[in-house]
Design a protein around this ligand. Structure first.
Ligand code: FAD
Length: 517
């Protein structure tokens, strides 16, 4: 496993790293941890620099290939760029420079970082671990490469509350089911309260240290690559909808805890209500740590226990924990990163690959109002409510029998909070091919979902303006509930599938796929 390659590289270089003397500077390499507060790697780097009274320098290096490889949505790239501007300012207030560079090819990043270290006489590189396969392999190579050059690279678990690999079943295995994993996760955090302790922001560079790296403060942040740039109109709109930076993340979290968390367990499934935190964008960019999210929620509770007290808080914490769960899965079963279903018996389903259906799904024109509302929300905001993510994912795989990987990819290309592990986990769950999934024979009925979770049709009316004039229950299925002529006149499409027939077809296809295995 790639994580073991990294661990081995750390072990093999331990003596050399210990022996490496601090030279002229220490570097922190930012990746998806774009914050100064409660950032373990950054704090460790700062401590090293402070002890030796040398400057702490920060670097962020990206390649356009990176954005392509991760299928990163333009809205996400824009958010990252705005976050970098905010971060540069926050660091400058601490007299720490942030140097941002674009390199042509992804594979050039390690060499460029080493070059940069040599230019500034830096002896130590600090970074938080990212758990995707390519990133783990790259880090393992870098640890060795730096050691060979007499430099030291130190890496830290930071993005999860409980580091991957810590929790095991009674038989010593990795959990593949969320509920027992969650009980173990809670017990582990209770027994290791320091996992929720915050890391201080980095110490200010001394004025002498600042002086030595003064030139770096003048370097501009490059623009996003052409292919990922937003139109001016969209950029302006998204700046207002999704303000960037760690202060904004914290404000959003505090406001949610103040106003909504107590009702979260009762209201979270209703997409029209805005009852969730919408902090996924900040957890994905690293402008907020999961530790901070959970600690802030816990501190609003009457108890220090994560699974007791106010129900809304308990439920919300258990949702944030899903993020840890899917990262643990990714680290233990890295093949989920490689377009493979978690359960091999689901490799042989014959998908339909009907491009007209896929297009209708992508454009919110399936004739199923709840599905179309959700797809238009993601196109417009780069975000979709969790209930709706499950509805549209189930609709894609089961009602349309389209390959779940097409939907997974579309989400990454459009979400502002696209996170490989959570997205893969969510698609695996909905398509019944993932870890701890919805059983394949449990198929969401989009109409019943719509009536249950958007009973008044407020969410549909918000995102599907053609249906705004339709009143009552007809909003959920205008062509079968007497509002067909109104819908047609407004240009709303007829349903592209019949749920009952589609359901039967999906059951047959899944069953045949499993039997073929
Ligand atoms: P809240 O309800 O306030 O939850 C708080 C936090 O808990 C979230 O920000 C998120 O970090 C975490 N969380 C909640 N539910 C889940 C979950 N099911 N899985 C993992 N983490 C969770 N989440 C992403 O962050 N990125 C994705 O790319 C992503 N893709 C998804 C794809 C599908 C098909 C599905 C079904 C779910 C996906 N999710 C993804 C999970 C979830 O939908 C979002 O995290 C959530 O909607 C974000 O809104 P929020 O911040 O208001 O959530």
């Amino acid at each position: 496993r790639p994580i073991e390659q990294l661990q081995a590289a750390m072990e093999d270089t331990a003596a050399a790293r210990r022996a490496t003397k601090v030279k002229d500077a220490v570097v922190h390499w930012f990746k998806m941890d774009l914050r100064t507060t409660d950032n373990r790697g950054l704090w460790e780097a700062s401590e090293k620099a402070r002890a030796a009274d040398v400057p702490l320098i920060c670097i962020y290096v990206v390649s356009p290939e990176d954005f392509e490889a991760h299928l990163t949505a333009p809205i996400r790239v824009d958010f990252t760029m705005r976050t970098l501007h905010a971060l540069k300012k926050d660091l400058a207030a601490l007299d720490i420079p942030l140097y941002v560079e674009t390199v042509e090819r992804r594979k050039d990043i390690p060499e460029r970082i080493v070059e940069f270290m040599e230019e500034w006489g830096a002896s130590h590189l600090y970074a938080n671990i990212e758990y995707e396969v390519d990133e783990l392999r790259r880090e393992a190579k870098m640890v060795k490469m730096l050691a060979e050059k007499g430099l030291a690279m130190e890496v830290f678990h930071d993005t999860c509350v409980v580091p991957p690999g810590e929790l095991h079943t009674g038989a010593g295995k990795q959990y593949a089911v969320y509920s027992p994993w969650y009980r173990s996760w809670v017990a582990h955090v209770h027994a290791n309260q320091e996992l929720l302790s915050p890391f201080d922001p980095p110490a200010k560079n001394s004025s002498a240290a600042r002086e030595k790296v003064a030139a770096l403060f003048d370097c501009d942040i490059p623009d996003a690559p052409e292919s990922k740039r937003l139109s001016e109109k969209d950029a302006k709109r998204f700046r207002a909808t999704w303000p960037a930076g760690e202060r904004e993340a914290m404000d959003r979290l505090e406001k949610f805890c103040e106003e909504k968390i107590a009702q979260y367990s009762k209201r979270r499934n209703f997409p029209a209500e805005g009852a969730t935190s919408s902090i996924s964008v900040h957890l994905a960019a690293g402008t907020l740590s999961a530790r901070m999210a959970i600690r802030t929620a816990r501190d609003r509770n009457k108890t220090k226990k994560l699974d007791a007290g106010i129900e809304g808080i308990q439920t919300w914490i258990s949702e944030v924990a899903w993020r840890d769960f899917y990262k643990h899965v990714l680290v233990h079963w890295p093949y989920v990163c490689m377009n493979k279903p978690f359960k091999p018996e689901y490799s042989n389903i014959e998908w339909s690959y009907n491009s007209a259906h896929f297009e209708a799904w992508c454009n919110g024109r399936t004739g199923f109002p709840i599905v179309d509302a959700a797809m238009r929300q993601v196109k417009s905001m780069g975000y979709m409510h969790n209930r709706c993510r499950m509805i549209v994912a189930s609709f894609l795989c089961k009602d349309l029998l389209l390959d779940w990987r097409m939907g997974e990819r579309f989400f990454m290309e459009n979400l502002i909070d696209g996170d490989f592990a959570s997205n893969n986990g969510g698609w695996g769950f909905s398509a019944s091919v993932g870890v701890d999934p919805q059983p394949y024979f449990r198929i969401f009925n989009p109409l019943l979902q719509s009536e249950k979770f958007d009973s008044e049709g407020d969410y549909i009316r918000k995102w599907v303006p053609e249906l705004r004039e339709i009143s009552g229950k007809a909003i959920h299925d205008p062509y079968h509930r007497g509002a067909g002529s109104l819908a047609k006149k407004a240009g709303y499409p007829e349903p592209i599938a019949d749920h009952k027939n589609s359901r039967d077809r999906a059951l047959k296809a899944y069953k045949a796929g499993i039997e073929r295995d």
